[in-house]
Every structure is written in structure tokens, then in C-alpha cells.
Design a protein. Structure first.
Length: 312
């Protein structure tokens, strides 16, 4: 059972939106590319897990994307799998290309040194074990470095490293599946405890500075993310890929993007009208806002909030 699903990290959400609306610096673009590739790798791993493990009969509990703090130290875990006999900790990598190992150092074949992912795994395992013990749990822990990209090759690696290569992953999951039995209340309690101490936001996001004024305005295509330039009747049509989207749906999606980028900025008719750009009629924007949001204030000071915001 997946009790904490994997969601697109907020940092990646923001970078995706910024990439559509501004020119990222070389450093920001590289960071964005790495985040995107890492998330794709995690999704590949999730698909393999869903395909190989019996997730329906209570034999496993899966928690994804966990961020913890222990002894003033932050550490992140890609996936935790609770089985009856062990807690499996997985660090997932979507590396591509040829790499080799010399002692504790890892290199690309071009001799460029990279961070040793096994050191990251060992650090996370040590902190996680102490975190569990601090909350009264003493489960056996098995930590593995998972490579999911079939275009990855590692040379000179010792045989005893806790590494699972792409060709080994199905066999590894089948082995876990065969050895597990039904979980008990202690496993459920541990999972709930881990979720309760998970940190929702990392203080170490790397986002470029941006303002409302500098971002390109318009409605982006739902499929190809290019800016839509054609508006017919009640539909927006992308000339690049042909995608059609109802105007109300497109505007509401654009408002969600605006809220992601500017969570502290008020939603007003004029702001949404400027943000969407292609919708020329402010009456259309006002109608969509009035139907889907709650109006607050009066006159030129009026703005809109979602029902969820009013409940909070």
C-alpha cells in the first residue's frame, strides 16, 4: 500500500513554470534539468515497484519523498518500504553514461569526479536509524542505491556494494515479494510517525529571483507548454500541437500556476487578465473568478480566494 505518494516537488513545479516564462541562467537551467531527470528516474522506479510488489494485500507500506531533520541535520530519502522483516531504504539515481570507481571516489569516464552516492546513502541510513531509535523503533534496516537507467554503466565497482543495477531490479523486487508476510500494528504506527515528522518544505531550494513584471504573460498549452495564440468561441487552441482546452479550464489552470509562483499575491480580476493575456475580455475573467472563487473586499480593493483558503 502506498501511504505517501510521490508528488512533483514544489521546487521542480516552480522551475517548470519559470522555464516556460523566462530565460533561465545556465546554472538554474542545469539545476532544473537535474531535478527533472531525477524525478523521472523516481517515477520509473515507482512503476517497477508497482509492477513487481504485491501492494494490495497489506504486505508492504511505501512512503515516498521524505525529508527529515535529526540533530539539526536535514536528510532526504527517496523511498522507504516497510515489510514484515525489514525497512528498506532506497536512494534512486537516474544516471546515464559510463562511470567508474576508484576507492571511495566516483568518476565519469571523462575523469570528472562526482559525489559518491554511496556516501550519501550511508549518511541517510545512519541518520534514519538514529531517528527511528529516538522514536522507539528498532527495525532492521537495509539500504540500497538503485540505478534505473539502462544507459548507465559502472566499472570497477566491488561486488559487495549495496547497489541494484537496472537489470537486477525485477529480480530484487521479486525476492522481497516472496519473503514478506502481513504487517502488524507496529509497522502502521511507524509509518504514521514517519509521516508526522516529515518536513513538507526544504529550506535549501535553489530558485532564481523573478518578479511578476519580468515573466512572459499568456496561457501555456496543456500538452506542449508553448503559448497559445488562437482563441475560438469557448476554446483555446494550440497552433503548435493542436491541443484544445476549454477557456474556463485553461484560465483556472493558469491561476493555479500564478498561485504557485506568487503564493502571497492577491488574485484580482486585473491581475488574472494580465496574466492570461490572450483573454481580452475582463468580463470573462470576472465571471470565471466569481464562479470558482469567493470574492473578498469591495471596489478596487476586491480580490478572490479559494474555498480552501477560507477554511484555513
Amino acid at each position: 500500500m502506498i501511504i505517501k505518494p510521490r508528488n512533483v516537488p514544489l521546487e521542480l513545479q516552480i522551475l517548470r513554470l519559470l522555464n516556460n516564462r523566462m530565460s533561465l541562467s545556465a546554472n538554474s537551467e542545469s539545476h532544473y534539468t537535474n531535478l527533472e531527470k531525477g524525478f523521472i528516474g523516481e517515477q520509473k522506479f515507482d512503476e517497477r515497484v508497482a509492477d513487481r510488489l504485491d501492494l494490495l494485500n497489506g504486505n508492504f507500506l511505501i512512503l515516498n519523498d521524505l525529508l527529515f531533520e535529526f540533530n539539526n541535520t536535514l536528510f532526504q530519502i527517496d523511498t522507504i518500504l516497510l515489510s514484515s522483516d525489514s525497512i528498506y531504504l532506497f536512494e534512486i539515481k537516474n544516471y546515464e553514461g559510463d562511470f567508474y570507481v576508484e576507492g571511495d571516489s566516483w568518476y565519469k569516464l571523462s575523469r570528472t569526479e562526482i559525489k559518491n552516492p554511496l556516501l550519501q546513502l550511508k549518511r541517510s541510513e545512519s541518520l534514519f536509524r538514529r531517528l527511528l531509535q529516538d522514536h522507539g523503533f528498532n527495525f532492521s534496516i537495509e539500504a540500497y542505491l538503485i540505478f534505473v537507467n539502462h544507459g548507465f554503466q559502472l566499472y570497477q565497482a566491488p561486488l559487495n556494494l549495496p547497489i541494484i543495477f537496472p537489470a537486477q531490479l525485477n529480480r530484487f523486487m521479486n525476492k522481497i515479494n516472496k519473503t514478506s508476510s502481513t504487517l502488524n500494528d507496529l509497522h502502521q504506527k511507524a509509518a504514521k510517525q514517519l509521516i508526522s515528522i516529515h518536513l513538507n518544505e526544504s529550506p535549501y531550494t535553489r530558485l532564481p529571483e523573478y518578479t511578476f513584471e519580468q515573466l512572459e504573460k499568456g496561457v501555456t498549452c496543456l500538452d506542449c507548454h508553448s503559448f497559445i495564440t488562437e482563441f475560438k468561441e469557448k476554446n483555446l487552441i494550440c497552433k503548435k500541437c493542436g491541443c484544445r482546452e476549454n477557456i474556463t479550464t485553461a484560465v483556472l489552470r493558469s491561476i493555479e500556476e500564478f498561485k504557485t509562483l506568487f503564493p502571497n499575491r492577491k488574485i484580482t480580476t486585473n491581475t488574472v487578465h494580465e496574466w492570461c493575456k490572450i483573454i481580452k475580455s475582463t468580463k470573462t475573467i470576472r465571471r470565471i473568478l466569481s464562479t470558482n472563487f469567493k470574492p473578498m473586499g469591495h471596489g478596487k480593493y476586491s480580490y478572490y480566494v479559494s474555498a480552501q483558503d477560507t477554511q484555513d
